[in-house]
Design a protein around this ligand. Structure first.
Ligand SMILES: Cc1cc2nc3c(=O)[nH]c(=O)nc-3n(C[C@H](O)[C@H](O)[C@H](O)COP(=O)(O)OP(=O)(O)OC[C@H]3O[C@@H](n4cnc5c(N)ncnc54)[C@H](O)[C@@H]3O)c2cc1C
Length: 408
């Protein structure tokens, strides 16, 4: 049966790519147009601060789908194309240059962009941000063995970058304005572990330290710290967070609140428009609150939910948030967004960099962070999902079989 509808997706990255694929997987036979401003097919961002920055993978190996697969699925991909407006009354979008494309249903998967550092010298060559493949290729081209790399921001991106640049032979210095690393995402104990771990791997971590300005004659040469001290460096990578790309949705009058407000099925306040990925503020039933996530798994699974919602096959999306990070030889994984736990339990050995810290609230796991122990974390996720009653003593006891706790 032929279908003459056109479904348009703005943002050709992970969430957008999954919306498009889901439409086809679910049997949609109309036109699917996936529009992205970047020059690449939808690609994975996690390698940008890891294997791709190390130069271990090629650009096209980061693509979720090669061009043939997109052709086979009859998905029309328009790259290097920026959408400038959404006209909800006419049900059209406008692209740079003025052309308009009509839609029957629209998905907004515009993700997020880096927060810029508003200080003098931030536009000098040698000062980088890290969000796109172009950023990674530019940093990689600028890295020289033995160079000093200043990393501004001790969050996930900053720490991954510090690890990778150290592996590439740089002397990495991380300056973090707060008094601990990754403060928005992890507990003080894990911040302490991160500090020790990075320091042991040769990273110079400076907490409670901001920077005043970048200096150099046509090229970054040094940073100036607030008291006037300077540090010579030839590269700086700024990782101080991202801003959701909500402007198109906002200008079109959709509801915005730290992201595009969607329901559990990724539907916006307009019945013909869905949104997914880093750009959304969505309800999470399991956590009992609304959240905006910057995570790989969310971009994929909410993208799938959004695709189904476009076909009126809406299925509520609610998962325990899961995130991972690779830094040196440590694989960190995190479940939940623990907020007001009353007890913690560390299983394994922090000193040997193999442990899981669980956060418990009223005897139920509210979240966990693992270092080189994904197995126990996975079971922890199932315990959390099933709201199983456990004690801290059981979790820390190496004799306890985690699987056995699931049988309760
Ligand atoms: C360096 C790095 C490392 C990461 N590592 C991890 C990790 O280890 N684990 C993890 O879980 N997550 C990680 N993430 C996060 C994960 O990659 C993101 O959550 C995911 O990419 C979000 O996908 P998205 O499709 O929602 O948004 P994005 O990936 O931001 O894609 C949005 C796309 O929309 C395009 N766009 C925006 N506006 C317009 C417009 N007006 N017109 C056309 N196109 C537009 C953008 O250019 C972009 O291509 C990492 C992210 C980065 C940057």
């Amino acid at each position: 049966m032929s279908d003459d509808r056109t479904f348009v997706i703005i943002g050709a990255s992970q969430a957008g790519g999954w919306v498009a694929q889901t439409l086809r997987n679910e049997g949609f036979e109309g036109k699917v147009i996936l529009i992205g401003e970047e020059p690449y097919l939808p690609y994975e961002r996690p390698p940008l601060s890891k294997a791709a920055l190390l130069g271990e993978v090629t650009v096209d190996s980061t693509y979720f789908w090669q061009q043939e697969a997109l052709d086979e699925a009859n998905i029309e991909v328009r790259l290097n194309t920026r959408v400038t407006a959404i006209d909800r009354d006419a049900k059209e979008i406008e692209i740079e240059g003025g052309d308009r494309i009509a839609y029957d249903k629209l998905a907004i998967t515009t993700g997020a962009r880096v927060r810029k550092l508003p200080i003098e010298g931030a536009d000098l060559p040698g000062v980088f941000y890290l969000r796109t493949m172009e950023d990674t290729l530019a940093i990689r081209a600028a890295v020289k063995d033995g160079a000093t790399a200043m990393i501004v921001g001790g969050g996930w991106i900053g720490l991954e970058c510090a690890a990778t640049l150290t592996k590439l032979g740089c002397k990495s210095i991380v300056v973090e304005a707060a008094d601990r690393l990754c403060g928005r995402a992890v507990t003080p104990e894990i911040s302490d572990w991160m500090y020790k771990f990075h320091t042991e791997h040769g990273v110079d971590v400076r907490l409670s330290t901001g920077i005043e300005k970048f200096e150099g004659n046509g090229q970054l040469e040094r940073v100036v710290l607030p008291g006037g001290d300077t540090i010579d460096c030839s590269i700086a990578v700024v990782g101080i967070g991202v801003i959701p790309n909500v402007e198109l949705a906002q200008d079109a009058g959709l509801e915005i609140d730290n992201g595009i407000v969607v329901d559990e099925c990724a539907r916006t306040s307009d019945p013909d428009i869905v949104a997914a990925g880093d750009v959304t503020n969505h309800p999470n039933d399991l956590l009992g609150r609304r959240i905006r996530l910057e995570s790989y798994e969310n971009a994929q699974n909410q993208g799938i939910t959004a695709g189904k919602a476009m076909l009126d096959k809406a299925e509520p999306y609610s998962e325990i948030p899961w995130f991972w990070s690779d830094q040196f030889d440590a694989n960190l994984q995190m479940i939940g967004l623990p907020q007001d736990w009353d007890e913690t339990a560390t299983r394994g050995d922090e000193a040997s960099n193999e442990f899981v810290t669980f956060y418990l609230k009223d005897g139920i796991i509210d979240g966990a962070i693992s270092v080189n122990n994904p197995r126990d974390l996975r079971v922890g996720k199932r315990l959390m999902q099933g709201k199983k009653q456990v004690t801290a003593a059981e979790l820390v006891d190496p004799e306890t079989k985690m699987q056995a706790l699931l049988k309760r």
